[in-house]
Design a protein around this ligand. Structure first.
Ligand SMILES: *[C@@H]1O[C@H](CO)[C@@H](O)[C@H](O)[C@H]1NC(C)=O
Ligand SMILES: *[C@@H]1O[C@H](CO)[C@@H](O)[C@H](O)[C@H]1NC(C)=O
Length: 589
């Protein structure tokens, strides 16, 4: 597969979904292996044996020990032909035993060191964890005291009676003192790193015996101790809120039109005179920031303090990777902005981008992010869960693209380029035939709205069970498909998806990536700009690197029918474009 990803859905029934077994168990215990230096000692011993043993025994190298002229071996032959051989063998044996002993000693010493090292690392980890917890605890106490202080100050300002005023004044003083002392403790905790007190005997042991033990990267450990990557704060999952009334009414009306007459809605969206969402202005640079009452992005539902924390080096980006919509480019951008903090496999900490599916629970995710100091987590195959909004450390981001272009790109990627198990020389099915057969394996029509519905929770039984009630791990791939393929979407669903999207800190539009520099800088603090890269460029060996527009390539009837089938996604996409434009013009200009 050359590292390319196959849709777990597109290959169903043929190969079963791609699995990565290596992620099921942590590589906690490695098999002991023969070490290089030990092997070298043995090799040298063997080499000298081959060189000198026959010579000492008065033989040509091809002759063998104790063999008679007829080739037979006997104690007599052995004794008669080489009278002093026994003595030589004794010497040799003694030498060999010495070498063996030395080799064994080296081996043993190294094993001991390795074990020590492992214990040390484990201790260090525990210490680091405890230290991080202490720091977090102190920080939380400072936060809550400060909050209380604010409340009391407010109360004091409102207070009338003199006695009451005095009382709150002394309360305020107490709290201020408390905060001061907590801050001092925090400072102390930050200064004392557990890594300082360890590794003593490591230095002592160094030099005497060659050792290949891996030292823990001290700088990283210290870094983690000084600024814990995650606060592990949990916030409540937000209830959906009323949209800006203007937009609530406008979108509802358009939604109804989409249901009753999709062709008419689509032509309205295309028509730059009608332009019901005000997005056809010739690109982001031509869009001017509207007054707050006219903004879809007001009220702002995002938790902006997380973005601030992120820019300060804490927390991580939770990236909802919509397939074939520029997610690989986003991951590339993440790698350039946060080298060393990005999961190597398409930004997926679970190696497969199914973060809603057991065994990858939220606590697993947070442990992994913290342990590996990852700062981005991509989820590609599972829809977004609203439950993830409870992660207090996550900045949410996604990249969205014209829905029909996206479908066409998926068709080309999976089917035309034969990643779906079809043979290289087979003639691809036409797009409409492929779509007719495959869309239900991809959650059906309107993939975007279904992705952002976000209604599943981790407590929902997601696993398919085998005959004996044993969960089928690969069966978990199907839950999104099971859940959404035949789902009929209502206005409430659409509203919910809008609410979810509006809580995303970053909503990029693939067609406007060139205009995303400013947004990325002001939201995430990223200075390495987005690059238009086609995913899997190398493997795909495409003639033409430019993204292709479905409108230009498809028969009009086919094009229209796919658009109509995904009309809600088209409406959703237009709203996402509006979100991008408003934030671009109002926040980052
Ligand atoms: C966008 O703005 C540029 C100049 O800034 C202008 O030349 C162009 O016509 C505008 N496009 C539209 C569609 O208004
Ligand atoms: C975004 O940044 C890239 C790289 O720095 C630059 O080439 C590009 O022109 C920038 N785009 C805009 C619209 O400023």
């Amino acid at each position: 597969m050359l590292g390319s990803r196959q849709s777990p859905y597109s290959s169903m029934g043929q190969f079963g979904p791609r699995r990565n077994y290596s992620t099921y168990g942590r590589p906690s215990a490695r098999l002991p292996h023969l070490r290089l230096d030990t092997m070298l000692v043995l090799l040298v011993v063997c080499f000298f044996m081959g060189m000198y043993l026959p010579g000492w025994m008065g033989m040509a190298p091809t002759e063998s020990l104790g063999r008679g002229n007829d080739g037979s071996m006997s104690r007599e032959n052995f004794a008669v032909s080489t009278p002093d051989l026994l003595e030589r063998v004794q010497i040799l044996k003694a030498r060999m035993t010495d070498a063996e002993k030395k080799a064994a000693a080296v081996l043993e010493e190294n094993q001991k060191l390795r074990l020590d090292n492992e214990i040390e690392q484990a201790n260090l980890k525990t210490l680091t964890k405890a230290k991080n917890e202490e720091i977090r605890g102190l920080q939380a106490r400072i936060d809550s005291t400060e909050e209380k202080l604010d409340a009391t100050k407010k109360q004091s300002a409102d207070a009338n009676g003199k006695a009451e005023h005095h009382k709150t004044r002394s309360e305020i003083k107490d709290m201020e003192d408390q905060i001061k002392s907590l801050k001092k403790q925090l400072e102390l905790a930050l200064q004392k790193s557990p890594s300082d007190s360890t590794h003593q005997h490591e230095k002592a042991a160094a030099g005497s015996i060659p050792s290949s033990k891996k030292e823990p990267k001290k700088s990283e450990v210290v870094d983690v101790v000084k600024k814990p990557l995650l606060t592990r704060k949990t916030v409540s999952v937000p209830e959906p809120q009323q949209l800006n009334p203007l937009w609530e009414a406008r979108l509802h009306e358009l939604f109804d039109l989409a249901q009753s007459d999709p062709a008419s809605l689509l032509s309205k969206l295309d028509n730059s005179n009608a332009d019901p969402l005000g997005v056809n202005v010739g690109g982001p640079t031509n869009f001017t920031c509207p007054p707050p009452s006219e903004r879809l992005t007001q009220p702002d539902l995002r938790r902006m303090e997380v973005a601030t924390q992120f820019r300060g080096g804490h927390g991580f980006v939770f990236f909802q990777h919509l397939r074939k919509a520029g997610g690989t480019g986003f991951c590339d951008m993440a790698s350039r902005n946060m080298p060393g903090h990005v999961p190597s496999y398409y930004c997926m900490p679970d190696h497969r981008g199914t973060l809603a599916t057991p065994p990858w629970t939220t606590s697993w995710l947070l442990d992994t992010m913290e342990e590996k100091s990852f700062r981005v987590a991509a989820n590609e195959w599972d829809p977004f869960l609203r439950a993830w909004f409870a992660i207090g450390d996550a900045v949410f981001a996604t990249t969205i693209r014209d829905p029909t272009d996206r479908w066409y790109s998926q068709y080309r990627f999976e089917h035309v380029e034969h990643r779906d198990g079809t043979t290289e020389d087979s003639v691809p099915k036409p797009f409409d035939v492929w779509y007719g057969q495959k869309h239900s394996h991809n959650m059906g029509h309107n993939y975007y709205v279904k992705t952002f519905l976000g209604e599943a929770t981790e407590t929902e039984p997601l696993q398919r069970k085998g005959p004996n009630g044993v969960p089928l791990v690969h069966g978990n791939f199907y839950w999104a498909y099971d859940k959404y393929q035949a789902r009929v979407l209502t206005w409430e669903d659409f509203r919910m998806a809008m609410d979810t999207l509006l809580r995303f800190h970053v909503v990029l539009v693939t067609e406007w990536l060139d205009e995303a520099n400013a947004t990325m800088k002001c939201t995430l603090g990223w200075t390495e700009a987005p690059r238009q890269i086609l995913p899997h460029e190398v493997q795909a060996a495409r003639q033409e690197k430019k993204s292709k527009s479905a409108r230009a390539l498809l028969d009009k009837k086919v094009f229209d029918s796919i658009r109509e089938a995904n009309v809600l996604d088209h409406l959703f996409f237009e709203a996402a474009r509006r979100i991008f434009l408003e934030r671009h013009a109002c926040e980052s200009a």
